[in-house]
Each structure stands twice: as C-alpha cells, then as structure tokens.
Design a binder for this molecule. Structure first.
Ligand SMILES: C[S@@+](CC[C@H](N)C(=O)[O-])C[C@H]1O[C@@H](n2cnc3c(N)ncnc32)[C@H](O)[C@@H]1O
Length: 300
C-alpha cells in the first residue's frame, strides 16, 4: 500500500534500512521461538513515528533530479518500525505503539486498516516514552509476559531511569539506538566546557556523572593567575560506545558486545544499534542471536 503524505515522516538514510532490517531479523527469530513457549508476548515501539518513513537522502536526490514532482509528493519511502513489526510472521500477540506527537499517533491508526487481522491486538498510545515505559515496566506483573522493545529516538530522549525500569522487568529484550554521533560526541567539546544544561542531559542519559572522568583528562596548569584545572577530551567515538555498553552491562544480564555503527554517507557514525536483554533465563540465547544479526553483512 502506498502511504499518504501524512503518513510519511521525513527521516534517515541508508542506515535507516540497515537498522530496520536488523530489528526485523530479530523479531522474526523471536516470535518463532516464543510461539512454542507458555508466555504472552508482545512488541513495544516507544518512538513509533507514523509507520512510514520518507528517507531524507533519497528525497534530496529526487528533488535535485525531479524538482517539479517533489513539489507535491515524496518519492521514496520505507516502512517504519511499527509496520515492520506488524509484518513479522508468526505474529506477536500484542503491539503497543507509543508516539508523543498527536498527528503522528493519529497516522498510526491507519495501520489497523492495513492489518485488519491484527487490528484488535494493536494499542496506540499518545504519550511521552519515558513516562509511559517506566509505568508499564514498574506497575505490570511481568511473570507471564515477554516483550521486545524498540527505542528509536532522534537524540538523547531515553533516560537511564527508563533503562533501569526495563532491566528490572526480567522480561524485556531491548533494541536501542544510542545517539553517538548525532548528539553525544558533538556535545563532548574538546575543552570539556560543556553547557550545564547539556551536562545534565548527559547525566540523565548515562545515569551517572562518571562519563566525564572517562572521556576527559583533567590536568593542572600553572597560569599567570595561579594553578588552574584544564580538561582535555581523550575519548573517541569507539571509547564512548564502549562506555555505553559497560553502562548497559551494569543493569542488564545480557548485552551484545558488538553494537553496530550506523554511519552517514561520509562514514561518520550517527548512532549505535545496541541490544540488551532483561531476561536472565534466556540471556545467552538472546545475546547469541542478536550478536549474529549485528555481525551480519551490510544491508544496502
Ligand atoms: C526516529 S523517529 C522514529 C521512527 C520509527 N521508529 C520508524 O522506524 O518509523 C522518532 C519518533 O519519536 C517521537 N518522539 C520524540 N520524542 C518522543 C518522546 N519523548 N516520547 C515518545 N515519542 C517521541 C517523534 O515524534 C518521532 O516520531
């Protein structure tokens, strides 16, 4: 089905297809395993978008070549994560799509028409992801439930409190985009003079203040006015990624050690696609499957 203009959400590039394909592979393996088990299992998408994406790079190129066509219509689109999850067979028993923006969550309603057999299993929530997830994780009984959760924010929206709540369920497998190049590495100025507001956002995302001493060397310098402390950035993108994986390992019983760098056309890593599981009983298998998917050949 061709999406309407309202359904198209302009975002991403080739790396978007890469990310969605890896998640699709995991969801397919997951439902095959879970249908043989005695749990109710669902898919939760906490930054769900509209169900469709118009790719930025493709749109820019098409606009250059066919400006008259682009006035009215976006030419290239891919199915977004909510759509991808609905296509997976065998199906999940429940789908929860969370989206903060009202117009986007209304667009998600159209997915029910596209998947009538699954319409009754779809729950669409207009909410802030952290607030909704913390409540869902802390106040539901997870013993007989299992889920895959996809966190696909634009930037540093996911708070560490949410990660801790997810880990405590002992029931959720998590795929997460860590905003390595689009946000974190950019904010980490060479001289360490990071705006107070941004420092606070980094604390909220990493869940502590330890990142500063991991990413910076603080040196004492003799100046005309006396001794002064000077910070120098020592961490590169790889070191920042390693630190985030360590943070995941501090709360989740299983974490893929090989997150996948999603890079732009200039080969700059924008995001890291990470996997962690909260379920200690199935951690070894879940991590093995996720690591194999993350190691798989590039998808273009
Ligand atoms: C990168 S897009 C998600 C794309 C989607 N996963 C897909 O494949 O189609 C991020 C989405 O999260 C929504 N969003 C941003 N901040 C949010 C928040 N705090 N809570 C819930 N949704 C949020 C945005 O409106 C946007 O639709």
């Amino acid at each position: 089905m061709v999406p309407t203009q309202g359904q198209l959400h302009l975002f991403g590039g080739d790396w978007t297809k890469e990310k969605l394909e890896r998640v699709r592979q995991y969801l397919t393996a997951y439902t095959k395993i879970m249908r043989k088990k005695d749990y109710q299992f669902g898919y939760i998408d906490a930054f769900a978008g509209t169900g469709y994406l118009a790719l930025k790079d493709a749109k820019a190129e098409a606009k250059r070549l066919f400006p008259e066509l682009m006035e009215t219509e976006a030419r290239d689109f891919v199915e977004g994560s909510a759509h991808v999850a609905l296509e997976v067979e065998p199906p999940f028993e429940k789908y929860i799509f969370i989206e903060k923006q009202g117009c986007r969550s209304s667009e998600l309603q159209r997915l029910r028409d596209e998947f009538p057999a699954k319409a009754n299993d779809i729950v669409i929530v207009q909410a802030e992801a952290n607030t909704y997830l913390q409540d869902l994780c802390r106040n539901r009984v997870w013993k007989k439930h299992r889920a895959v959760l996809f966190l696909d924010p634009y930037g540093m929206q996911v708070e560490w409190e949410t990660m801790k709540a997810i880990a405590k369920t002992r029931a959720i497998d998590l795929w997460l985009l860590f905003p390595l190049g689009v946000a974190v590495n950019r904010l980490l100025r060479r001289d360490g003079l990071i705006d107070e507001g941004w420092r606070h956002r980094l604390d909220l995302m990493f869940g502590d203040t330890g990142w500063f001493s991991r990413f910076y060397n603080v040196e004492n310098e003799q100046t005309f006015f006396g001794p002064e402390q000077k910070a120098v950035k020592t961490a590169d993108a790889k070191a920042i990624g390693r630190y985030f994986v360590e943070r995941l390992q501090s709360v989740f019983p299983g974490v893929a050690k090989n997150p996948l760098a999603l890079s732009n056309t200039k080969n700059c890593p924008l995001y890291l696609l990470c996997f962690a599981t909260a379920n200690p009983d199935a951690a070894t298998l879940a991590v093995k499957i996720a690591q194999a998917i993350l190691r798989g050949p590039r998808i273009r």
